[in-house]
Design a protein around this ligand. Structure first.
Ligand SMILES: Nc1ncnc2c1ncn2[C@@H]1O[C@H](COP(=O)(O)OP(=O)(O)OP(=O)(O)O)[C@@H](O)[C@H]1O
Ligand SMILES: O=P(O)(O)OC[C@H]1O[C@H](OP(=O)(O)OP(=O)(O)O)[C@H](O)[C@@H]1O
Ligand SMILES: [Mg+2]
Length: 282
């Protein structure tokens, strides 16, 4: 049985469960369920606090886990990132009241409030800045208003929360984060099952990013058409009953599909169809 840690709340929880479901795994129906066994796939899911996941995986009690890169690094746990999942993308950034300080270099003697004390303490030390770090659990923006800190370091996605709190971002991002799959370095237990799990998630990413495109094109134009739809490796070109035409099938990125269809049409392609991909193994 492969033992997998899954976030039980917060920004990671729903997209992680959705991705696992799309990859063909059973997921809990009730948010109070703490453990779920998917016997068909020989997998056991443990629904844990996102911050704790790296600790469980790092201790070797669980084989792999889904968490945020920022949470992994902040935990200091003995675990490493083995796959990027794309969701819960955010940056960790410093912010303060406009006009107070302009960069990390000016933080000396100030207090920085954050939920990521591990990362921030290291970042300040790396920049040779002697600032105090106060650890808060969340709603860090309020720390400045209440006089607990002059600077905060917090997760930023759209920046709306900071703007609403009247704060402004300073300096470069401390870290770029997203959801990742983590594992203990050098752990080779359950290797085949881990590889299979990763292939399934990779299949979901491919199915979300690409569509299948089919079209007919005159034989003499096929090279030009294929240049527009090169596929991941090589497109399939099949003969048609009408000898002057061929049928082409190729994967194209979903965000480019409409533009490519327009360009193929202008080139002379007809019967251009795109269909969704439900699952993939490349
Ligand atoms: N607004 C957001 N947009 C994208 N990612 C986010 C956002 N807020 C948090 N994250 C990311 O989600 C992961 C989980 O963070 P956390 O557990 O704090 O979740 P949360 O959504 O803030 O939940 P809560 O604060 O209610 O516990 C982290 O990797 C963090 O970078
Ligand atoms: O840049 P934005 O799009 O505004 O998103 C970033 C905000 O989202 C998260 O807050 P959350 O709602 O999870 O509250 P928290 O501060 O209690 O974690 C994060 O901590 C930021 O405050
Ligand atoms: Mg939060």
């Amino acid at each position: 049985m492969l033992r997998i840690a899954v976030p039980n709340k917060g920004s990671l929880s729903e997209p992680a469960a959705a991705m696992l479901h799309e990859a063909g795994y059973r997921q809990r129906k009730d948010r109070r369920e703490l453990v779920l066994i998917d016997a068909d796939n020989q997998v056991e899911f443990f629904y844990l606090r996102p911050r704790d996941i790296a600790v469980y995986v790092g201790s070797g009690r669980l084989d792999i886990g889904i968490t945020g890169r920022d949470l992994l690094l902040d935990s200091g746990a003995h675990a490493e990132e083995i796959m990027r999942l794309g969701f819960a993308a955010s940056t960790l950034r410093y912010a303060t009241r406009p006009g107070s300080v302009t960069g990390v270099g000016g933080f000396g003697g100030l207090t920085v409030a954050t939920s990521f004390a591990g990362i921030v303490t290291k970042h300040l030390a790396d920049h040779g800045v002697d600032a105090a770090v106060v650890h808060l659990d969340g709603a860090v923006e309020t720390a400045i208003q209440l006089g607990v800190a002059e600077v905060i370091a917090d997760v930023v996605e759209t920046g709306t929360t900071l703007r609403n709190a009247g704060l402004e971002i300073i300096g470069e991002p401390i870290l770029e984060s997203e959801a990742v799959v983590i594992r203990r370095p050098g752990d080779s237990a359950q290797e085949a099952k881990v590889r299979q799990f990763l292939r399934r998630l990779q299949g979901v990413l491919v199915a979300r990013r690409y569509v299948m495109m089919d079209y007919d094109i005159r034989s003499e134009l096929v090279d030009k058409a294929v240049a527009l739809t090169p596929g991941l490796e090589s497109p399939t070109v099949s003969s048609l009953h009408d000898k002057g035409w061929v049928a082409v099938r190729s994967m194209v990125p979903v965000q480019d599909a409409q533009r490519i269809m327009d360009e193929l049409y202008d080139l002379g392609a007809r019967a251009i169809l795109t269909t969704g991909i439900h699952a993939a193994r490349l």
